[in-house]
Write a protein that binds this ligand. Sequence first.
Ligand code: SF4
Ligand code: SF4
Length: 91
Amino acid sequence: MAVKITDTCINCGACIDECPTEAIVDEDDNPTSEEIYYVYADKCVECVDHHDEPACAEACPTEGCIVWDEPTDGLTLMDGRGEVGEPCIED
Ligand code: SF4
Ligand code: SF4
């Protein structure tokens, strides 16, 4: 399970310290070399057992920037999870 940061990210840094599993890295550590923040899917737990909604998306000031990514087989998904590609938080 995971969420994904899209290319509308403005590298503001608001999300990174909100993540309970340290799944987020900044543009300097983005393994895709894109100049945006990045979520490691194998670390993201969709904030299950931590928050009611993805804390990164709640903190993000850029509307629709953080979206649901492909779920990882066998792992619990957040209740009410949206479709892949839909924003985690609807403004
Ligand atoms: S959804 Fe939660 S666990 Fe996943 S990257 Fe965002 S803050 Fe971290
Ligand atoms: S809070 Fe949103 S815009 Fe800011 S760095 Fe994180 S994903 Fe990018």
